[in-house]
Design a protein around this ligand. Structure first.
Ligand code: GUN
Length: 294
């Protein structure tokens, strides 16, 4: 028997991906639309290659058109920019994802902000960040969107809950905080300079850890009955083996939490599932059709 307090992100993501597959089938049948995602990978970073391969596989499994463009690590800023501009113009491409990190000679934020906002399925463009911050419909960064799906599945209405987001990155911490504000949570964003972080975390009904420091959040920082979402994926050497651990001391937190995501198998699988969700959303908006509902 698996512990019911452990949130099975892999199973939840499989359900989301299956729903996306049905939506794609409906879009093809009713409107002749095949949602298409293009991933641009520059260089040979091993972790990026794994992510890109997994994204491509998930896209095809959902019945979408998936394309991968690879450029050498020596590609210039201008070359990457020219590819993005061509993808912006291509009507068969509904979603564009530029895999990060980019090589040093390429200005990542300039490239991201060149992506057509309606095709920015990562939700990283300043327009999409601004739409989220002002409570308007744009495209939302995949990892925080996945965290929100898991939280709503567990807790239902989040209104009035104290949420603490540890980490203030543009990709996770800030959009996570914006999403939780939209759900009427009382949100605190904590970070490396926060005073008495354990005390701040102990106030959280919802604790989201996105700091990138292995097992930094200890069990006794968790309020009894809290829901803990661990976004961290850290490689550590332990007993001569490489292991993946989160930003939360899982065993310690499990002793107090009502629910917690494991690493791996928690938030990670939700990120790709939400990329597929965003691609369907983007395709529907570009064609002016509603997202198929079940
Ligand atoms: N590199 C690691 N994670 C991500 C992601 O979610 N999006 C992009 N574009 N690059 C990444």
């Amino acid at each position: 028997m698996t512990d019911p307090r452990i949130i099975d992100g892999k199973a939840f993501a499989a359900g989301v991906r299956a729903r996306v597959g049905r939506q794609v089938a409906a879009l093809k049948e009713k409107h002749g639309i095949t949602p298409g995602l293009t991933v641009l990978l520059v260089g040979e970073d091993p972790a990026s290659q794994v992510y890109v391969r997994n994204k491509g596989r998930a896209t095809h499994e959902a019945g979408m058109r998936g394309e991968e463009i690879r450029l050498p690590a020596t590609a210039s800023h201008g070359e990457v920019l020219a590819r993005v501009k061509a993808l912006n113009r291509d009507p068969a491409v509904h979603g564009i994802l530029v895999q990060l990190p980019l090589p040093k000679q390429v200005d990542a934020s300039a490239i991201i902000n060149e992506i057509e906002p309606a095709k920015d399925v990562d939700g990283f463009h300043v327009i999409n960040a601004g739409l989220l911050a002002t409570g308007q419909d744009g495209l939302v960064s995949c990892t925080p969107l996945g965290c929100l799906f898991l939280l709503k599945d567990r807790l239902g209405d989040l209104a009035g809950l104290n949420a603490v987001v540890v980490g203030r990155s543009n990709i996770v911490g800030k959009p996570m905080a914006q999403l939780l504000i939209k759900e009427s949570c009382t949100v605190t964003v904590a970070h490396s300079r926060t005073r008495d972080l354990p005390a701040v975390c102990r106030r959280a009904d919802i604790l989201v850890a996105a700091i990138g420091k292995p097992e930094m959040i200890k069990g006794d920082w968790v309020k009894p009955g809290a829901t803990v979402i661990d976004v961290g994926i850290n490689r550590v050497e332990r007993d001569g083996k490489t292991r993946l651990v989160g930003d939360v001391d899982f065993a310690g937190a499990l002793a107090r939490a009502a629910a917690i995501t494991p690493v791996p198998g928690g938030v990670g699988p939700m990120t790709i599932a939400c990329l597929l969700v965003n691609t369907v959303t983007a395709a529907c908006r570009q064609h002016g059709v509603p997202v198929p509902q079940e």
